[in-house]
Design a protein around this ligand. Structure first.
Ligand code: ADP
Length: 409
């Protein structure tokens, strides 16, 4: 058991390991008497599997000297090189600081993991079993944990789950209309992006005041995309389901799809389950419809008709799901945009809000173009917001809370 007594110089490192990048951040928790966290730096190793490079920024957003590495391919070796580089780089950049714990984003916690946990080999095995439910993310999340365990065997590692925020939803919001034996096997709607929603829920009172506890829909629009209906800042319903494929159209994922399509592809178009999986997760969404890119910036800049068609479909899906979530809440008081597209694309927000006028959404065009925090008009019945998410802070808070618990034992 590592020494968890805290002292000045203690640092929590958080990792969000994906297929082509590892996002990271380091937080100082210098005062052993509080749970205050101060972000020292953040960044990402991108291009994993190709020529990876480390990009980082200081707490104030100023670029830090990065580092280049050539990784082999999309394997644990690439992760090992990348993470080794990260820890060396951290040691140089923040000398004299002790890494107290590493917090990891783990996408799927299944039925069992609804709270952050300290990783043990047994827990890792149980999380491995959930990889088929999140093939784009889970294997990479777990590979990073294994590499850190190899590089620093005594370091405390803590997993926080994207599914956890939704675990308290009512049964009807989570159930599929399937036979009991299938439901008993854990086939239900889990929902994802929970760390992002948890962060937004935590800052809603700062921005929305009393309205924070009213009927709020948060749209997390990044490479992955989902929406969450909240009341009293708790998840009531969400667009993603058993896997992170369901709901909205995404960068490369199809979103909501008639299960009959999957049956048809396999029974009549000769596709194997692996081919179908590959197509639905990696070749669909904005990329599949446009035939150009999964990157919204490129599609917005393109004059190609299929780029515009992809954006039309993207917005249409969001507008429909927003109506569905508002129906679930019995109305709508506030709409919040977050993540890459939600925070940065004024035109996507404008189009979504135009489709949501019937709900009482009215945008302030200038505030929207300026990416202001509050972007609804003064007279808008529904208040509208752009709030940057911070999943890394959630990971660090969860890790520190478990460190505190561990130190008390
Ligand atoms: P991830 O799910 O990987 O964390 P992000 O939240 O970083 O994803 O979001 C990535 C998406 O945000 C990409 O589709 C990217 O094109 C889009 N994005 C980032 N900046 C802008 C921008 N200025 N305008 C439009 N889209 C943007």
């Amino acid at each position: 058991m590592p020494d968890l007594r805290r002292s000045a110089g203690d640092t929590i490192v958080v990792l969000n390991a994906g297929s082509s990048s590892i996002k990271f951040a380091a937080f100082a928790c210098d005062d052993p008497h509080t749970t205050a966290l101060e972000r020292l730096l953040y960044g990402e190793i991108d291009g994993m599997g190709k020529a990876a490079r480390l990009l980082a920024w200081a707490h104030d957003g100023k670029p830090l000297p990065g580092s280049d590495v050539t990784a082999l391919d999309d394997t644990p070796q690439a992760y090992e090189q990348g993470l080794q580089m990260l820890f060396q780089w951290l040691r140089q950049l923040v000398p004299g600081r002790r890494v107290l714990a590493v917090g990891h984003r783990v996408v799927h916690g299944g039925v069992e993991f609804v709270q952050p946990v300290c990783i043990t080999p047994e827990i890792l095995e149980r999380l491995d079993a959930l990889s088929p439910l999140a093939p784009l993310h889970q294997p990479h999340n777990l590979a990073a944990i294994r590499v850190v365990a190899k590089l620093a065997p005594t370091l405390l590692q803590i997993a926080s789950f994207d599914t956890a925020f939704h675990a308290g939803q009512d049964w009807v919001m989570q159930a599929y209309a399937l036979p009991q034996k299938i439901r008993d096997a854990g086939v239900k709607r889990y929902g994802f992006h929970g760390l992002s929603y948890e962060y937004i829920a935590s800052v809603l009172p700062t921005h929305l005041g009393l309205q924070a506890d009213a009927r709020v829909v948060v749209a997390h629009l990044g490479n992955g995309a989902s929406m969450c209906a909240m009341r009293e800042r708790r998840s009531i319903a969400t667009t993603m389901g058993f896997t992170a494929l369901d709901g909205l159209m995404m960068g490369t994922r199809c979103g909501n799809l008639d299960p009959g399509v999957v049956l048809y592809l396999q029974a009549h178009m000769g596709m194997s389950p692996t081919e179908v999986e590959n197509m639905l997760y990696r070749e669909s969404g904005l990329l599949g419809v446009s035939g150009i890119s999964s990157d919204m910036r490129l599609l917005e800049a393109s004059n190609e008709p299929w780029a515009q068609a992809a954006i039309d479909l993207y917005v249409n899906r969001i507008a429909r799901e927003l109506g569905s979530l508002a129906a679930t809440l019995g109305g709508l008081d506030a709409l919040v945009f977050t993540a890459g597209i939600g925070e940065h694309s004024a035109s996507i927000r404008r189009r979504i809000c135009r489709d949501a006028q019937w709900l009482g959404v009215d945008l302030d065009a200038d505030a929207n173009e300026a990416h202001a925090l509050r972007i609804g008009s003064v007279g808008s019945r529904v208040s509208v917001w752009t709030i940057p998410t911070n999943e890394e802070l959630m990971l660090a808070q969860h890790a520190l809370a478990l460190v505190q618990d561990g130190a008390r034992l």
